[in-house]
Design a protein around this ligand. Structure first.
Ligand code: ADP
Ligand code: MG
Length: 477
């Protein structure tokens, strides 16, 4: 039988506020354990939470960006459970009345089509502390620095149908929150993590199957692998006559497998109720208008602009707008070269490949936008060929200097003197008389051979278009 996967994601976006959501303690990452947890975070008796307005502002920005209804009135609720890294015995979250209602995000599929994924809601909540199981033999350490860090939990509709779609959604969300500057997006530090809900159903069936939830993944690669695994596990189970049970599973990246954490029977009953220590959050239209004015150009808007004003393909425009930093880089290069297509090709080609290989973000590129523009300008004005430009780029990356310096010191300037090229053509023809006769006799394939030989003789420096032209002329002689 043929199966179809159904996937919904819950993404935890750590909001980039300086202080915590209900206290003045710092949210900076990496401090000594328990040095950034104040009386509110460690839940000393008698303290009261005070809402951080910046967190509300960021949630509102997000809501407007996904074209959602931002609630005029939202309410904080207590989610009760016991765990050592949760000193209050409850987490402050939102339940029945979240700050952001339903919205959507568009993702680009591999086929080039665009798909709209529904966002059910997004709510504000505080993070818990961290249990350190490995630092003390036979004991567990508790670090409360993270307790009270603001999170925006974004819940999607079960609209995704493959691991690839889920990852595309997650990447788009990642890009969006960074455009909005509401999250640093640092996945290693846990600033952006996700739970995946997965079920399968026979193709054509309307009703959803029973789902399993995989908790707390903080890399795109893990999410993709874990989802594919889980889909396979569920299909195998059903094919063998079994049934999927609703449960929470953990993905173990080392073993590349998921394993059960808790089933529905043991599932928590959180006894949600409105937090009596916090007032409802009221947001009016004047406030929302102010927030709307502060929204930057969003990825989809930027993409449309690139297609319309630069004539880029939808694919290129998507790649270049995938992060704000990459888009800025592209715009600087294009402004300097005056050639958007050339710039787009070389950024999504040579540069992106290099960054990928070294697992670097554009911000860490060893060739600046200005320096890259100089290189591309030398292709445009025929100083060097595209092929030579790749070598120059390599040298630039290795810190050997600017494009012009490297072209000068290595003598890479393209040969455009037709007399010099003609001499090389003659020499190559003279040393390959048989092949030349065959070429004349109609064996067109040999054209590539001759052009290649001349290019080689010139150490790649002859202008390829001129070499082709002179070879053709030679044939007519
Ligand atoms: P819970 O209250 O248990 O967290 P929700 O209804 O909030 O459950 O759903 C959590 C996530 O699971 C959402 O992203 C939703 O889209 C997804 N989801 C719900 N049902 C299914 C299903 N049958 N298969 C896959 N995902 C699902
Ligand atoms: Mg949920």
């Amino acid at each position: 039988m043929n199966y179809e996967a159904v996937i919904g994601l819950e993404i935890h976006v750590q909001l980039a506020t300086k202080s915590k959501i209900f206290s003045g303690a710092s949210t900076a990452y990496g401090a000594e354990p328990n040095t950034q947890a104040c009386a509110v975070d460690v839940a000393l008796p008698g303290v009261l939470p005070v809402l951080n307005t910046e967190a509300v502002h960021m949630a509102a920005k997000f809501g407007l960006a996904i074209e959602a209804e931002v609630a005029h009135r939202s309410v904080f609720a207590r989610k009760n459970y016991f765990y050592p890294d949760l000193p209050k015995g409850y987490q402050i979250s939102q339940f029945e009345l979240p700050i952001v209602g339903s919205g959507h995000i568009d993702i680009e599929l591999e086929s080039g089509e665009t798909k709209r994924v529904g966002v059910t809601r997004a709510h504000l909540e505080e993070d818990a502390g961290k249990s350190l199981h490995e630092d003390f033999a036979g004991m567990t350490g508790i670090d409360l620095n993270r307790a009270g860090t603001p999170l925006l939990e974004v819940v999607s509709e079960p609209d995704m149908r493959s691991a690839a779609e889920a990852v595309a959604y997650m990447k788009k969300m990642h890009s969006l929150v960074r455009y909005l500057e509401i999250c640093d997006g640092n996945m290693q530090e846990g600033s952006f993590r996700c739970d995946a809900n997965i079920s399968v159903r026979p193709k054509g069936q309307q009703a959803f199957g029973t789902r399993a939830e995989i908790k707390n993944m903080n890399s795109f690669r893990f999410v993709e692998r874990a989802i594919n695994h889980e889909i396979e596990r569920q299909i195998d189970l059903i094919e063998d006559g079994g049934e999927v049970v609703q449960e929470t599973r953990l993905y173990d990246a080392n073993k590349d497998e998921t394993r059960p954490m808790r089933s529905k029977e043991e599932a928590n009953d959180y006894r949600y109720f409105p937090d009596p220590d916090l007032l409802p959050v009221f947001i009016d239209d004047v406030y929302l208008d102010q927030v709307r004015k502060l929204l930057p150009e969003l990825p989809d808007q930027k993409k449309q602009r690139y297609i319309q004003t630069f004539g880029l393909s939808s694919y290129d425009a998507s790649v270049l707008t995938s992060s704000r930093e990459l888009a800025d880089y592209f715009e600087i290069v294009t402004a300097k070269t005056g050639d958007a297509k050339l710039s787009a090709n070389w950024i999504s080609g040579e540069l992106a490949a290099r960054l990928n290989k070294e697992e670097l973000e554009i911000g860490a590129s060893r060739v600046s936008a200005e320096a890259y523009a100089e290189l591309l300008t030398r292709i445009k004005d025929n100083t060097i060929s595209g092929k030579i430009a790749k070598d120059v780029f390599e040298a630039m990356w290795n810190g050997e200097g600017s494009a012009d310096e490297i072209i000068g010191s290595r003598g890479l300037k393209q040969i455009t003197d037709s007399g010099a090229i003609e001499a090389m053509v003659d020499a190559v023809v003279a040393s390959n008389p048989e092949q030349f006769e065959q070429l004349k006799g109609g064996k067109d394939k040999l054209m590539g051979f001759f052009v290649g030989q001349v290019m080689k003789a010139s150490k790649g420096k002859a202008n390829p278009a001129q070499v082709n032209e002179l070879m053709r002329k030679k044939l007519q002689d």
